[in-house]
Write a protein that binds this ligand. Structure first.
Ligand code: ATP
Length: 438
C-alpha cells in the first residue's frame, strides 16, 4: 500500500490557497463553513476533471447523450424518488457540549468525540439532507421547492423526452454534470464533503436481463478512468456494499474508493438500481416510462445502472495523488504530476528577461499557442522561480524565449517531470506540443 505523508492534507490546503486553486468561501467575512470557491487555477483543474469525464462518457461513446437539468425542482419529484422519506442521516446531539454528529459515523456511539463524555447523546432522529426554499414571493405550502441533492432525478424525469428526441434505444445512457446540494451534518476534510458540490452522473438504461452484465462493465470502466488519469492503482480499490448498506432501491452497489490521508473514502458509487426509478416516476406522474421493443413486440421498463461520481471530490483525489516533492539542483521542489489532460495550464510561455526585445516575440509565441492549449504567460521574477511556480500547479511544459530565439527562431521547451529541455523551432512548436498533449 502507498505510504501517506501525514502533512499531505495541510500541504494541499496551503498550496490551494497560495496558488489560487481553492479558497474558503466568504473569507473576508470570516469564512462560510464548508463552502469553497475555485480560484483561477482551480477553476481550470475542476473544469478539466469534468471535461475528461464528459469526453470518456459522452464524446467517445455512441450510446450516451448529455443533459443539463434544473437544480430547482418541485416536491413531487422527491416524493416519487423516495428522497422526502428516505434521504436522511441519523442525527444525534451531545447533551453536554451541544455538538451534533452523524450516528453512523461515530467510532463509539456511546462516547462524544468532542467533549469525551459517555452516554450524553440524544436518541437519533432522521434528519433530511435536502435544502428547501420557496419559489416566488409567497411563502408556505404549495410554494416549496428543493435544491437537488443529486443530478440523477433529472435523467429519470426526462427519460421520455430523451428517448423520443435522441432516437436511442436501450442499452443507452444519459449523462449530466452539475451542482448538487446536501445539508450535511458533518461536512469537512476540505472539499471532500461540502454542502454544495458538483456531481458527474450517468444513468444507463438497459434491458432487464442485461443489468448484471452492464453493472460489471461499468464497475470496471469507472475504476479504470481514475487510473487512466494518473491515480496509481494501489491508491484505489473497489468495495462492494453488503446487504445492510445497500440503498432501499439498489440490487448491487460498489464504490470506487481512494486512499485519502485519513483512510479510504468514496469517489464514486456504481449502482444497479433495477427499475425502481422509472417505475416510481411512472406511478407518480401517470406517464408511461417504458421502452417499446419492436422486434419482440413488447413494452418493458429498462433497468438502470448508475455510475455516480463527485467532480469536486475527485478533483481533490487527483490533487492528492499528483502532489510530489523532489530534489532538483539541491533544492526541494513541489511538483503536481497531474495527467496533462487535467493540468490547469498545458503550457507556460516565459520570456527569459523582461527586456523589450524579448517581450514581443514571447507575446507572439503565446498567441500562437493559446488557440490550441490553455497557456499562462509569466515575465516576473528569475526564470528558476518561474519554473518552480509552474511545477507547483502542474504545468507540463514551459516554453522559454531567450536571446538566441531572436536569431535561431527557436525556443527552449522544459518538461515538468524530468526537467529535461529541448530546443524547438517556433514553427514546429505546435506540432511538438500536440504530440505530447493529446
Ligand atoms: P457519502 O457516503 O460520502 O456521503 P454518498 O454515498 O451519499 O456519499 P452518492 O449519493 O453516491 O454519495 O453520490 C455520488 C458521489 O457524489 C459520491 O461518491 C461523492 O463523490 C459525491 N458526493 C456526495 N456527497 C458529497 C458531498 N457532500 N460533498 C462532495 N461530494 C459529494
Amino acid at each position: 500500500m502507498a505510504d501517506v505523508d501525514p502533512d499531505l492534507m495541510s500541504k494541499i490546503v496551503n498550496l490551494s490557497k497560495r496558488r489560487g486553486i481553492v479558497f474558503q468561501s466568504a473569507e473576508i467575512y470570516g469564512g462560510f463553513r464548508s463552502t469553497y470557491d475555485y480560484g483561477p487555477v482551480g477553476v481550470l483543474l475542476l473544469r478539466n476533471v469534468k471535461d475528461a469525464w464528459w469526453r470518456s462518457m459522452v464524446q467517445l461513446r455512441h450510446d450516451v447523450v448529455g443533459l443539463d437539468a434544473s437544480i430547482l425542482s418541485p416536491p413531487a419529484v422527491w416524493e416519487a424518488s423516495g428522497h422526502l422519506e428516505n434521504f436522511t442521516d441519523p442525527l444525534v446531539d451531545c447533551r453536554e457540549c451541544k455538538e451534533r454528529f452523524r450516528e453512523d459515523q461515530l467510532d463509539d456511539p456511546t462516547r462524544c468525540p468532542n467533549c469525551g463524555n459517555n452516554d450524553t447523546f440524544t436518541e437519533a432522529r432522521a434528519f433530511n439532507l435536502m435544502f428547501k426554499t420557496q419559489a416566488g414571493p409567497v411563502e408556505g405550502s404549495g410554494h416549496e421547492v428543493f435544491l437537488r441533492p443529486e443530478t440523477a432525478q433529472g435523467m429519470f424525469i426526462n427519460f421520455k423526452n430523451v428517448l423520443e428526441t435522441s432516437r436511442k434505444r436501450p442499452p443507452f445512457g444519459i449523462a449530466q454534470i452539475g451542482k448538487s446540494f446536501r445539508n450535511e451534518i458533518t461536512p469537512g476534510n476540505f472539499v471532500f464533503r461540502t454542502r454544495e458540490f458538483e456531481q458527474m452522473e450517468l444513468e444507463f438504461f438497459v434491458p432487464p436481463d442485461e443489468a448484471t452484465e452492464w453493472y460489471e462493465y461499468w464497475c470496471k470502466e469507472r475504476f479504470q478512468w481514475y487510473i487512466d488519469l494518473g491515480i496509481s492503482p494501489d491508491q484505489l480499490r473497489m468495495r462492494d456494499h453488503d446487504g445492510e448498506e445497500l440503498s432501499h432501491y439498489s440490487a448491487q452497489t460498489s464504490d470506487v474508493e481512494f486512499l485519502f490521508p485519513w483512510g479510504w473514502g468514496e469517489l464514486e458509487g456504481v449502482a444497479n438500481r433495477g427499475d425502481y426509478d422509472l417505475t416510481q416516476h411512472a406511478e407518480h406522474s401517470g406517464e408511461r416510462l417504458e421502452y417499446f421493443d419492436q422486434a419482440a413486440n413488447e413494452h418493458y421498463v429498462p433497468h438502470v445502472i448508475e455510475p455516480a461520481a463527485g467532480a469536486t471530490r475527485s478533483m481533490m483525489a487527483f490533487l492528492l495523488s499528483a502532489y510530489d516533492e523532489d530534489i532538483i539542483n539541491d533544492e526541494t521542489r513541489t511538483v503536481l504530476r497531474l495527467h496533462h489532460r487535467l493540468a490547469p495550464y498545458k503550457v507556460a510561455v516565459l520570456p527569459l528577461s523582461k527586456k523589450d526585445t524579448l517581450a514581443p516575440v514571447a507575446r507572439d509565441v503565446f498567441d500562437l499557442v493559446t488557440p490550441h492549449f490553455m497557456a499562462d504567460f509569466d515575465e516576473t521574477q528569475a526564470i528558476g522561480r518561474r519554473y518552480r511556480r509552474q511545477d507547483e500547479i502542474g504545468t507540463p511544459y514551459c516554453v522559454t524565449v531567450d536571446f538566441d530565439t531572436l536569431d535561431d527562431k527557436a525556443v527552449t521547451v522544459r518538461d515538468r517531470d524530468t526537467t529535461a529541455q529541448d530546443r524547438v523551432a517556433i514553427d514546429r512548436l505546435l506540432e511538438y506540443l500536440g504530440e505530447r498533449l493529446t
